[in-house]
Design a protein around this ligand. Sequence first.
Ligand code: ADE
Length: 223
Amino acid sequence: MVKVPTKLVTWDEIVEWSMGLSEVIKRSEFKPDVVVAVSRGGYVPARLICDFLLVDNLVSLQSQHWTEAAKVAEKAIIKFPYKIELSDHRVLLVDDIVDTGDTLILARDFILSEWRPRELKIAALQWISPVAKIKPDFYYIEVKDWIWFQYPWTRHEDTAQFIKRIIVEEKEKKEWTLSELEAKFRDSYGIYVGDKYFKLALRTLVELGMLKEENNKYLVRSL
Ligand code: ADE
């Protein structure tokens, strides 16, 4: 059975953590003139940090894991490697979490070699210290035991993915009721995302052709 330690993160916590992180940055006396959000996870924290630190300039760079065809291992890539001139700027690179750190390291190295900032520092809301290959210059929470943080900006995507995993794991079961799925979800992930998100994710799986809704049951189609 899938058991993934998961914490549901609320919007209020995101504001509190971003405010706390901004205080850490302020105390350091580092004054960024450009914030670079690592896309996609860094978007919301980066925008909030711009607000709390009164930074006008916000750009983003998409660094993400990419599963190569026929390969199990994932590789980090810069998706749109565009060029800008930052030699007069102090850059704050912002992400939500430093887990392995692979995507962040790639983004940092790309910016240093292609955008050539005067200075670059890294900030993240959370840093999973035992697994991370890099320690951010600024962080708000050090995480000592790996868990999945279910951030509010991936609520729908994660919920659909989690439900799909449940169905794949029990592939002999071809019919699920809503309450069976909800109970299994709680049991596997230990969180409740709320009815709106749960139903939206189920609708998505129906639209993707993985489930079919019939007589108050979800029938498993192609996975
Ligand atoms: N992205 C990468 N690692 C993560 C984690 N542990 N929780 C949430 N999002 C992540």
